[in-house]
Design a protein around this ligand. Structure first.
Ligand code: ADP
Length: 679
């Protein structure tokens, strides 16, 4: 045991070193917490004071009107310049592709980032000018009480612009400038011309690899914007500036501006800083506020997370107004961005950002941001009328942030076609099935992809023996032996090794795995589990590791580097989920020539075609009902092919490696929706 851990540690150190060389190392992560039980009473106390300079009083209403006009003119000018911008992007495309695997430090933005950093010293001057960014919707004023009015009177959004006009802000660290200064690409790209028309998209979400990731959402927020850049989209990703973001990224962020914004019903103003980082054609704007983003990695519990994401949703929209960057589409992700569409169509109704259309994507419907109405009303400052049963209200006295976001969005997407259907049924609908059936006309399913820059077995420096489809069969054995050695398993290339990399929660079908482990352990089979989560699963897998020494490994941790080795070193891969909106692990497994064994639900059903022994077609082994016996049966079918018909097995391996699981097709579908909703 001790030997095994020591070996594992050594391998981990080696792997960590390697990952530093090839790409950004894994950020601090933590499995998402289950939603905390509701508190009995709303959190009434006023929050701690923000130790930031107070907003400067302004009265420049005329100037505000003037600036808005100027901004509009500038906007139409920008539109005329669009074809030019498209050309620029075409040149950048090749750089982006190349740089996809490179360290962000070597990315084109570096030069400009440095320059902008120099300008950072001028930041305090701008900060002096900051003011509250709350929109001036009259109806909100009417219902919000005198304290709010006072804050609004102090500095409505137009006034910020009057004080710090768009041009001036851009001069500090403009995204456009940064892009323009990116080094030119020498070789002419032979790629097809970019699709027209160009669209600008603001992603708003709570996590994004490599800054902060707890699961698939972090992968999507990283990979989809990059894939959209290649589809002629101009993408800005708005994220919280969590304290848990590794220092090396914090250091690269450039101050972009700041203002104060009102939020709660008590009229207090909150600091909103904007820190920017440009990387591979994607602009990342981090909303800075230590009061909200210091705790958690990044989530804690709903008592903290509800105020955090009320603030974040409103601050993200205010920041877009402040930066005078009005995208064609605001693309919100999961419940943490659920209030964005609601704010957009209420409190920001009379502000420039209201011109944008809004899309919301359901990555996982299980988490919705539900709390009692008084608490969410207090923290969001939203008007009473949104707390009705068609929008935020749920049950008798709860408010549901995701539900509100779904109601107020122009388009809803989720991450697979099957999940889009499933969530309209009571079993998968998490109490929102009726709401989703009502909105089914605007609901679409688009399956996720994986980032080939991040996941490529032929260049993966974390593997003992990188491989492609031509030598996968031989090289996989080497990777298997290396993995077995590093994890303390019996080294034998003939063993059938099943990998499992997952958050250890009920969603992932781990009770089915638990139930069949004794039957799996037949002397020819090994199982490797990598994951963290519920204590029950962690303990049961540890128990099995002890009970089946040398054949079962429970590596209870979150470890990006080790994950690569397991995807490559395993023969088969378990994803027997109870529900699975899309699932990325089966896609990564297939791309690494590892055959998935999955339950036919959500994205698993859409991405894994069951192997047909008569035609020889298919990518994996599947079962439908949620029963451990059926998982065992699917596994036994896989083993039969592996041990008895190795040629057929090898064909599946190669077919999986040739399967297109990239983001390209999905990014085109998203682009198509963006264009349709903005025509
Ligand atoms: P979910 O978002 O529900 O957690 P997905 O399959 O969509 O599931 O995405 C999971 C992502 O997190 C994959 O990139 C997977 O490799 C990664 N992952 C999950 N658990 C771990 C772990 N313990 N160590 C490393 N990576 C993990």
């Amino acid at each position: 045991m001790a030997e095994k851990k020591a070996a594992a540690k050594a391998a981990e150190e080696k792997a960590t070193k390697a990952v530093e060389e090839i790409k950004e190392a894994a950020p601090a992560v933590e499995a998402p917490k289950e939603e905390a039980p509701k508190a009995d009473a709303p959190k009434e106390e006023a929050p701690k004071a923000v130790k930031k300079p107070a907003a400067k009083k302004t009265t420049a209403k005329k100037a505000a009107a003037k600036t808005t006009k100027a901004a509009k003119e500038e906007d139409s000018e920008k539109k005329e310049e669009a074809p030019k911008a498209a050309k620029k992007t075409a040149t950048r495309k090749t750089t982006a592709k190349k740089a996809a695997k490179a360290d962000p430090e070597k990315a084109p933005a570096k030069k400009t980032t440095k320059k902008a950093a120099a300008k950072k010293e001028e930041a305090p001057a701008a900060e002096e000018k900051v003011a509250a960014a709350n929109p001036v919707a009259e109806k909100i004023k009417a219902g919000a009480g005198p304290a709010i009015e006072e804050v609004k009177a102090e500095a409505p959004v137009e006034e910020i612009k009057a004080e710090a006009p768009a041009e001036e802000i851009k001069a500090e660290a403009p995204a456009e400038e940064i892009k323009a200064e990116a080094p030119a690409v020498e070789e002419a790209p032979e790629a097809a011309p970019l699709p027209e028309p160009r669209r600008s998209i603001a992603f708003i979400g709570s996590e994004c690899y490599p800054f902060v990731k707890t699961g698939g959402l972090g992968d999507v927020m990283y990979a989809l914007p990059r894939a959209l850049v290649a589809q002629n989209c101009d993408v800005k990703v708005i994220l919280p500036r969590y304290k848990c973001i590794p220092q090396k990224y914090q250091e690269k962020m450039v101050y972009r501006g700041a203002f104060h914004m009102d939020l709660c019903a008590d009229g207090r103003t909150y600091y909103v800083g904007i820190m920017e980082y440009v990387w591979d054609g994607v602009v990342y704007d981090f909303i800075d506020n230590e009061e909200f983003f210091s705790v958690g990695k990044p989530y804690t519990n709903l008592i903290d997370d509800i105020p955090k994401y009320c603030y974040f949703g409103k601050a993200a929209l205010a920041a877009l107004n402040y930066m005078d960057w009005i995208p064609d589409v605001i693309h919100c992700h999961d419940w943490q961005a659920g209030l964005v569409p609601v704010y957009l169509r209420t409190m920001f109704d009379n502000t420039p950002i209201a011109r944008a259309k809004v899309m919301i994507t359901i990555h996982n419907l299980k988490f919705q941001g539900i709390y009692n109405i008084p608490t969410i009303k207090y923290w969001s400052g939203l008007p009473d009328y949104v707390f009705n049963k068609d929008a935020l209200k749920q049950g008798y006295d709860d408010a549901n942030m995701f539900k509100g976001g779904l109601a107020y969005s122009n388009v809803i997407t989720t991450v697979s076609g099957t999940y889009a259907q499933e969530i309209q049924t009571p079993f998968y609908g998490e109490n929102l099935d009726a709401h989703l059936r009502y909105h089914s006309g605007k609901l679409h399913g688009i399956v996720n992809g994986i980032d080939y820059g991040m996941w490529d077995p032929s260049t993966d420096k974390l593997l003992a023996a990188p491989y492609d489809v031509t030598d996968v069969i031989e090289k996989k054995k080497k990777n298997k032996l290396a993995m077995q050695e590093s994890l303390g398993l019996e080294q034998d290339e003939n063993k059938f090794v099943i990998g499992l990399i997952s958050r250890l929660t009920d969603q992932k079908g781990l009770d089915l795995v638990n139930a069949i482990v004794p039957q799996l352990m037949d002397g020819n089979t090994q199982v490797v589990v990598l994951g963290t989560g519920d204590a029950f699963y962690e303990d049961s897998f540890r128990y099995y590791e002890n009970a089946y020494k040398g054949s079962f490994c429970a590596y209870i941790a979150y470890d990006e580097s080790l994950a690569h080795g397991i995807y490559a070193g395993s023969d088969a891969f378990f994803v027997p989920s109870r529900f699975e909106p899309c699932g990325l692990t089966q896609l990564i497994a297939m791309h690494y020539g590892t055959v998935p064994i999955v339950r036919e639900t959500g994205g698993l059903k859409d991405t894994v075609e069951p192997f047909n022994q008569y035609t020889g077609e298919g990518n994996g082994f599947t079962f439908d009902r949620y029963e451990s016996g059926l998982l065992l049966d699917a596994t036994n079918r896989a083993k039969t092919i592996y041990f008895e018909y190795r040629e057929a097995w090898d064909e599946i391996v190669k077919r999986n490696m040739n399967k297109d699981v990239s983001w390209e097709v999905s990014a085109k579908q998203y682009r198509q929706l963006y264009v349709e909703m903005t025509q």
